[in-house]
Structure formats: structure tokens, C-alpha cells
Design a protein around this ligand. Structure first.
Ligand code: HEM
Length: 314
């Protein structure tokens, strides 16, 4: 074959391309011209590296504030990975056990990484710096992480996210709007006696409540719990993955996170106020909230021990 002849495989590809562009009424030749002039893709453009590294804007000149911002951003990217997997599962037309388990394993791995890496927060900043730059962040708080709330809403039925003291009574209602009113994090950031909401909560609700309601409706019949119950209620592998996910998301990550709060916000004799204004010592421990995505997968004893040392060791 001479240097100038076109290989048969290329001709075949050109024909397929022409068919593709013809369907859309487009001229393939013009697109090929575009290809001729376009630059080769680089790594840094592909992942938008310059943009990514320009997204940290500390409010102070204390160097550890960047550690704080970056680790929050890393966590949000992991949350995005988790949501991508859940979305794939929810949209799948013919869910098979292997696909379900493979995706659940990915979710478990993401959360394992989040739990393991939390020491970056616990041990990786100077307390003196933290206590200074935190004042520049008021009233922002990780409490306002919408992706964290979306993971919850897409993983289970809304009723399982209702504040513990209202959860049982709520079981009789099926209305998602009513359940949304009583979510544990809304009551955690509300002063019970006066009914006054923290500013952190009010701003968060204003921005995201509609999205949470819409997501709740969309996932009512296809959240992870529903997918499990409807498709694989007796699969030991599915059950094992879901138990692991529940433990990581609702006990181990919250405990790792709480160690940060303890390290930076505990000070004898009294505690330092949280930036989001919750009573964090009562709000953050998983043993007080008892949030479980898959309550039916736990025995009565396990539910009673949820978030306590015995449970975590077990
Ligand atoms: C020094 C590090 C940290 C401290 C001291 C801390 C402290 C707190 C406190 C006190 C709360 C309760 C809400 C409030 O009143 O503000 C909270 C909630 C929260 N934080 Fe953090 N946090 C830290 C790091 C992080 C990181 C890196 C993330 C990652 C995104 C994060 C995500 C969250 C989430 C999702 C909540 C809501 C938890 C729930 O509602 O159960 N936090 N944090």
C-alpha cells in the first residue's frame, strides 16, 4: 500500500462518521476541518487543573486555613462520587445483583477513604490557627453540605431521617413534605424552647429545601433501601455491603468528624460554640441521632447500641 492510500479501516470509519453526521444534517467535511485545526488535549486542560487550584480563597492569612478548605473540597468531591453511583443504580432499568453489589462496593470504598483520611483534619492543623480563622467563617458550617443531605435522601426513605423523638409517630404518615419538616438536622439547629432556627439553618433551607423535597419525591421508590427491598431482599452480599455502608456513613464517619470537633472546640471548663450554632455535643454523636439507612438490617441490640463503643468495636 502506498503512503498516500487510505487504509480500509479508516475508510470504514469515515463512512460511519458520515452516516452519523448525515442524520443530524451536518457536513462531515467541515467537522474534519475543525479537527485539523484543533489543539491536542493536555492533562491540565482536561481536568481543569488551573481552575481547580484557584478555588481556595482563605478569609485569613493563616496557612492552615487552606488545609481546612482543601479537605472540605476533597470531601465534597468524594460525596459527588457517591452520588454518581447512587444515581446510576436508581436509573438502571434491569438491575442485576452483580451491578448493584459492584456499585455498593465503590460507595463503601469512598466512605472508607473519607473515614481514614479524617485525621488530616484532626491532626493536620494547629489549634491556635483554627480557633482564629474559624471566626472569619461564621456562620458557615459543614452542616450546610447539600451533598451530604442528598446522600442521605437518596439512600433511604425520608422517614428514617426524621428526628429520633418524632420518628416512630411519623411512620404512619406517608407524606414526604411532613417528614421533611421534621428532619433530624432541622431540629438539631433549632432551639427547642423558642422554636428559633439558627442563621446557618435558615440560609441552608432557603437555598436547598426545594431541591431536597424534589429529590425526596424522585427517590421515594428508588432510594437504595427501596432498591434493596424490591430487588435483592435475601442477597447476603447486598446485605453485607449495605450494613458496611450504613456503619461507615452513620457511625464511623460521624465519629471521625466528631473527633475534630472535640479536638478544636473542647476547652475546659466550657465548650467553644460551633460555627453553625448547634449544641454540637448533643447533636453530633451518632448515638443520640440513631440515623440508620437500613434499620431492618440491624438487630434490636445493634440498634440500641448504635454509635456506642460496643457497637463500633463489634
Ligand atoms: C476542624 C474540623 C471540623 C470541625 C471543628 C467541625 C465542626 C462541626 C460542627 C460543630 C458541626 C455541627 C453543626 C454546627 O453547629 O456547626 C458540624 C457539622 C457538619 N460538618 Fe463539620 N467540622 C469540621 C470539619 C468538617 C469537614 C472536613 C467536613 C467535610 C465536608 C464537615 C462536614 C460536616 C457535615 C456534613 C456536618 C453535618 C453533620 C450532621 O448533620 O450530622 N466538617 N461540623
Amino acid at each position: 500500500m502506498s503512503d498516500h492510500s487510505v487504509e480500509p479501516i479508516l475508510l470504514e470509519q469515515l463512512k460511519k462518521l458520515q452516516a452519523k453526521y448525515d442524520v443530524m444534517g451536518q457536513d462531515l467535511s467541515s467537522y474534519l476541518d475543525g479537527l485539523l485545526h484543533s489543539d491536542y488535549l493536555t492533562y491540565w486542560d482536561y481536568i481543569h487543573l488551573d481552575t481547580l487550584l484557584s478555588l481556595q480563597s482563605p478569609k485569613t492569612s493563616l496557612p492552615d486555613e487552606k488545609v481546612f478548605i482543601l479537605y472540605h473540597q476533597i470531601t465534597e468531591l468524594y460525596f459527588q462520587l457517591v452520588l454518581l453511583e447512587i444515581e446510576q443504580l436508581a436509573q438502571h432499568e434491569n438491575l442485576e445483583e452483580k451491578f448493584f453489589v459492584d456499585r455498593l462496593k465503590r460507595i463503601v470504598r469512598y466512605f472508607q477513604n473519607l473515614e481514614n483520611s479524617f485525621s488530616i483534619m484532626v491532626d493536620g492543623m494547629e489549634k491556635e490557627q483554627f480557633l482564629k480563622f474559624r471566626m472569619a467563617l461564621l456562620p458557615a458550617s459543614g452542616f450546610q453540605s447539600a451533598q451530604y443531605r442528598l446522600i442521605e435522601i437518596c439512600s433511604t426513605d425520608m422517614v428514617n431521617l426524621v428526628a429520633m423523638h418524632e420518628r416512630e409517630a411519623m411512620l404512619e404518615y406517608s407524606d414526604i413534605g411532613q417528614q421533611l419538616e421534621k428532619l433530624y438536622w432541622r431540629s438539631g439547629a433549632t432551639e427547642l424552647a423558642s422554636g428559633k432556627k439558627t442563621l446557618t439553618l435558615r440560609q441552608f433551607e432557603e437555598k436547598y429545601l426545594r431541591l431536597f423535597l424534589e429529590t425526596g419525591m424522585k427517590y421515594r421508590d428508588r432510594n437504595l433501601r427501596k432498591l434493596y427491598l424490591n430487588h435483592f431482599p435475601n442477597s447476603p452480599e447486598v446485605i453485607s455491603c449495605l450494613r458496611e455502608f450504613d456503619t461507615l456513613a452513620n457511625v464511623l464517619w460521624p465519629l471521625a468528624h466528631m473527633r475534630s470537633a472535640g479536638r478544636y472546640l473542647q476547652k475546659d471548663p466550657e465548650d467553644i460554640k460551633a460555627t453553625g450554632g448547634t449544641n454540637w455535643q448533643k447533636y453530633l454523636p451518632p448515638r443520640f441521632q440513631k440515623i440508620m439507612f437500613f434499620p431492618e438490617l440491624w438487630s434490636e441490640v445493634e440498634r440500641a447500641e448504635w454509635g456506642k463503643a460496643a457497637f463500633v468495636r463489634g
